[in-house]
Ligand binder design. Structure first.
Ligand code: SIN
Ligand code: FE2
Length: 211
């Protein structure tokens, strides 16, 4: 982060919603394709899977991770794990993804987990907080690729009014500071709104410091 500031590579959010910063169109098509290529390599080593919810049903999104920690779930709930369910260590977070963190996070630490969520067709993600990390001073950065997704932002406690914004391919979101613990989720995606992913769908990468 500091390095990129020194190099003068600072960027400003185009929208701020309840303290959540949205950098619309931060990544151009070429950058999106380069990140997608890296995701394909990750998925070859750490295949996508549909985690079980604690309610005994699989989630509608498919997931995998990169970094020192990945996100898995079992009967006891969700947790960070050092290995993919297949026993492999998670692949490293790609440099072009770390570049995005360095540009927008303002953080003094590197991310330790890059969660990869794939939303096909009717997949969605209910309102939740990201609160399994040790240090809430560290922001959460997310990168949207492919079809548009309707991102809903609530409050730092459950319930109350919410606001929504369509996230497009190449948009980057930062949840930090006062907005680090806001409830958020994806209500739906707009099939056919992007040609980035063959087979359609939306990919979201979520970068977090875990420890
Ligand atoms: C998440 O909160 O884990 C995903 C958010 C998104 O898909 O944009
Ligand atoms: Fe989240």
């Amino acid at each position: 982060m500091r390095k990129s500031r020194e190099q003068g590579v600072t960027v400003q959010p185009t929208v701020a919603l309840r303290g959540v910063q949205v950098f619309q169109g931060l990544l151009d098509r070429g950058q999106q394709e380069e990140i997608l290529q890296e995701i394909r390599k990750i998925v070859a080593h750490a295949p996508l899977f549909s985690p079980m919810t604690p309610y005994g049903r699989p989630m509608s999104v498919q997931m995998t991770s990169a970094g020192q920690f990945g996100w898995v779930s079992d009967a006891k709930g969700y947790k960070y794990a050092r290995k993919h369910p297949n026993g492999n260590l998670w692949p490293a977070i790609p440099l072009n993804v770390l570049d995005v963190w360095n540009k927008v996070s303002g953080a003094n630490r590197a991310p330790e987990c890059c969660l990869i969520n794939l939303y096909r067709e009717t997949a969605k993600m209910g309102l939740h907080q990201d609160r399994d990390e040790a240090d809430f001073q560290q922001p959460v950065v997310s990168i949207s690729l492919g079809d548009e997704g309707l991102f809903r932002i609530g409050n730092t406690t459950r319930g109350g009014k919410t606001e929504s914004i369509w996230l497009k391919s190449g948009d980057v979101v930062v949840m930090g500071g006062e907005a680090r613990l806001v409830y958020h989720g994806i209500d739906k995606t707009r099939a056919g709104s992007s040609t980035l992913l063959s087979g359609g769908g939306r990919i979201n990468l979520t970068l977090r410091v875990v420890t």
